[in-house]
Design a protein around this ligand. Structure first.
Ligand SMILES: [Zn+2]
Ligand SMILES: [Zn+2]
Length: 299
């Protein structure tokens, strides 16, 4: 059993090495082969001889030289050898095609219309990004999607795959981790530029990474759908948030509204109504949800 008090009290030890030093280790075919060999069975550590049998290097001295170079960064050596977290990330990045693939998917027509202008919604892919957007006003979601994953889905499956991928990116962000570097992210409601005090532009939830400067921005409605009470409202009304981008579910609601309660600091209220029920979610300046209310709608 883990004693949480001892974890809190203990100092965190991190040994830092320069990225140049660490990544220069990978500029060698044998070392890449060694990482791939360990990546074939990521949950199993291998002995020296088992690992060498998977790598096409007959000279044990040469093999050992390259293996030792990777130990401490991409490989952990106990009695046996296994990938470190960084090693797993390198293998994952190679499989996802981040470094090696480039692809384009022509627009796929989706089964709902733009909530802003009624235009046709499409899913497409270029520049290593998925675009779920309106063909008329151009509004929508743009987000990175690993090119190496495109070939794992039929064209008809891709829109839902894009939506599921986006949902886990947002989930990770709301949980407080950067989707790029896993650094800490903190959220805040940020008003979109333009508008007036009387008629402000809507606010977005903005999460910025303290480490890499990356992050994500998404609407208050998207943020709200990750609250368990809101998620179950959609689920119980057969409005599936994973079947497509969340705006597909919103387009099927009887009523969907985003209201600015205050502008400085901003506070928002989302309203979702369907099948005789209304749900409201209040979003605070730090992009957290304070209250969710669900009630029967007067008719
Ligand atoms: Zn539109
Ligand atoms: Zn980051």
């Amino acid at each position: 059993m883990i004693d949480e008090s001892s974890i809190e009290d203990s100092a965190v030890t991190v040994e830092r090495r320069s990225p140049e030093d660490v990544f220069s280790l990978l500029a060698n075919d044998v070392r890449i082969e060694i990482l791939h060999a360990l990546g074939e069975t990521p949950d199993t550590s291998l002995s020296f001889s088992e690992l060498q049998a998977r790598v096409d290097v007959a000279d044990s001295g040469n093999f050992n030289y390259h293996l030792e170079k990777l130990c401490g960064s991409f490989i952990r050596k106990d009695d046996d050898y296994e990938l470190t977290h960084a090693g797993e990330q390198i293998i994952g990045a190679m499989l996802a095609g981040t470094y090696t693939a480039d692809a384009t998917i022509e627009p796929i027509l989706l089964d709902w219309n733009c909530l802003l202008c009624g235009g046709a919604m499409t899913a497409e892919y270029f520049g290593e990004r998925a675009h779920i957007s309106c063909q008329t006003c151009g509004k929508g979601a743009v987000f990175p999607f690993p090119p190496g994953c495109l070939t794992q889905f039929d064209r008809s499956e891709l829109p839902a795959a894009f939506a599921r991928w986006l949902r886990q990116l947002v989930k990770r962000t709301i949980a407080g981790f950067c989707h790029v570097c896993a650094g800490r992210v903190d959220g805040a409601l940020a008003r979109l530029p333009g508008g007036t005090e009387a008629n402000p532009k809507p606010s977005q939830a903005a999460f910025e990474c303290q480490r890499c400067g990356g992050g994500m921005r998404f609407s208050g409605a998207t943020l709200a759908t990750f609250h368990p009470q809101v998620e179950s409202f959609f689920f119980e009304h057969d409005l599936h948030l994973l079947a497509g981008h969340a705006s597909r579910a919103w387009s099927r609601l009887d009523r969907f509204d985003s209201e600015t309660l205050e502008t400085d600091p901003p506070r928002l209220e989302m309203t979702f109504a369907h099948g005789g029920e209304t749900l409201t979610a209040e979003i605070m300046p730090d992009a957290t949800i304070r209250t969710v209310q669900r009630y029967a709608t007067d008719s």
